[in-house]
Design a protein around this ligand. Sequence first.
Ligand code: PMV
Length: 368
Amino acid sequence: MREQRIVARAPSNIALIKYMGKSDSTLNIPENPSLSMTLSSLCTVAEVERSGAGGNYWFPELPRFRPKDLAPGGLWISPDLSLSGRDKLLRHVDRVRDAVPALYDQFGIELDRETWRSAGLSLRTANTFPASSGIASSASSFAAVTLGVAAAFATDERSWSRAWQGLPELRRILAQLSRRGSGSSCRSFEGPWVYWEGEKAFVPHGLRLPEMAHFVILISTSPKQVSSSEAHLKIKSSPLWEKRVERVAARTAQLLEAMRSADLRKMSHLAWAELWEMHSLFHTASAPFTYWEPGTLQALQFFSQWIDQSSPPIVTLDAGPNVHVIVDRSEKDLWRSRLKEQFKDFQILEDAQGQGAKIEEWSTNGVG
Ligand code: PMV
C-alpha cells in the first residue's frame, strides 16, 4: 500500500459579529449569522500520514513540517488535548473519512478505494499560538484536520489539486463538514472576510476594504474555565438573550454596508457594540461567568477613548481575555508602537488578513 503524507494548514479567524448560540447543536447551526476576518500566520498545521496499519491516531508531537513564515522564536506548540478533546478530534476524522467517497465523486477526484477502507491515519498538529486562550484554536485545528484528512485518500496530488484549485465549491463543502467538528472553523477556509449563515459560509461580494493588519494583546494564556461549547448553552439563560437574534441581524446588515463603503469608523463602532453584547451575555447568564482579567478591562478602557476618533482601530474579544485589534495595514507601524508603549507588561502577537486553508506539502511513499 502506498504511503502518503499531507500537511494542511488553516488559519484562525476573528469574528466581528459573533457566533454565540446554536439552533442545532448536533449540526452546529448558528442562531444568527456571523462575520469574521480570516487570519494568516496564527494558524494550525495538521500533518496527516496514511499508512498500512488501520485506525486513526493523534500524537501529542510536533509535525515534522515547520511553516516557513514562522518568526524566529515564534510559538510552535503541540496542543495539550484532553482525552475528550482527542476523542472529539478522532470522531471528526471518521466523519471526514466517511464523507470522502461522495465528496470525491462530486468533484471528480480519484479515490484510492482500497486505502480509504483500510488505511491508518496518524495525525500530528501544532499551533502558532497558545490554545484555549480566546484565539480560536478549535477553528484552525478542525479546518486543518478536515482539509488534511479529506485529501489523504486521493490517488495523487494532481487529482486533488485540480479540484481544489479549479472548483471553489469544494472549499465550501469542506467548510460545511468542518463545521460539524467546530462551528467557527467553517470560516477558516476562505478569506479575507467570511460571512456564515446557517449551513453556508462564503466571502461576501462588493467589499471595498483596505488590507488589514491584526494584533492580539495576550492578557493571559491560561486555559479558559468555560469552553465555548458550554458558553453557547449558558448564554440562553441571560435576560439579554431575548431579541439578540434580531439585534444581531440588524448589526450584521449595517456592518456589511460599512464594509462595502470602506467605513472603518462605522465598523469599529459595530464591532465594539458586538463585543460588549457577547460578553454581557456571559456576565448576565445564570450563573454568570467571565473571561475577563484585570488587563482586559485596562485594555477596554484604553480603547474606549479611540472608538470615536476619525480613524479608530477595530477592537474585539473572542471567548477569552485577549484583546484583538484590527487596523488598516498602512497604520500598522503606528499601532505597533502605540500598543507596545501602552501594554508593556503583555506580549503582543501580530498577524494580517489571510486567504484561508491550504495544503502545504504532499509526499507519497513516506518521502520527507
Ligand atoms: O466554534 P466554537 O463552537 O468554538 O465557537 C466559537 C465562538 C466564538 O469564537 C466565541 C465566536 C465566533 O464567532 O468565533
